[in-house]
Design a protein around this ligand. Structure first.
Ligand code: THU
Length: 150
């Protein structure tokens, strides 16, 4: 399974995202050692804190199917059509700040998801893509070198 195929599966999963509160839709596709792919999308809730990210849904899906050897995860995220971020003065400042920090302007998984990924494979390969088509491939270790450990 190449990265392009995995991204296509993540895009399909993103179509199922339930994100009526943020309008930010995320899809994830997790490739396991056995060659199976498990999908996930974000599932929001009126009680905002109950929202689950696409990455953790994909991981739960794999685990509940008896798999825990993870190779790669493709993650596709972005605002849904008609909800693209408006370029208000506030946002322009945000963009300038990002440039100064030289951060990549692609979706980076949240810390909670990285902690959960790390539990199973701290070396997980991540393929990150935004809806503008910008993409990077990065190792989880690089983004999240020091997970919490018991
Ligand atoms: N979200 C994900 O699904 N994955 C991430 O890596 C970051 C955020 C979701 C949670 C929420 O439904 C929406 O994106 C906006 O935060």
């Amino acid at each position: 399974m190449d990265n392009r195929e995995l991204v296509e599966i993540a895009k399909k999963a993103r179509e199922n995202a339930y994100a009526p509160y943020s309008n930010f839709k995320v899809g994830a596709a997790l490739l396991t050692k056995s060659g199976n792919v498990y999908k996930g999308c974000n599932v929001e809730n009126a009680s905002y804190g109950l929202t689950v990210c696409a990455e953790r849904v994909a991981i739960s899906n794999a685990i509940s199917n008896g798999e825990k050897e993870f190779m790669k995860m493709a993650i596709v995220g972005g605002f849904s059509e008609g909800h693209e971020r408006e370029i208000s003065e506030e946002n322009i400042q945000e963009i300038v700040k990002k440039d100064m920090q030289e951060s990549e302007d692609v979706l980076i998984p949240c810390g909670a998801c990285m902690q959960v990924m790390s539990e199973f494979n701290p070396d997980l390969e991540l393929i990150l893509l935004d809806t503008m088509g910008k993409t990077i491939t990065i190792n989880l270790k690089e983004l999240f070198p020091k997970p919490f450990q018991l």
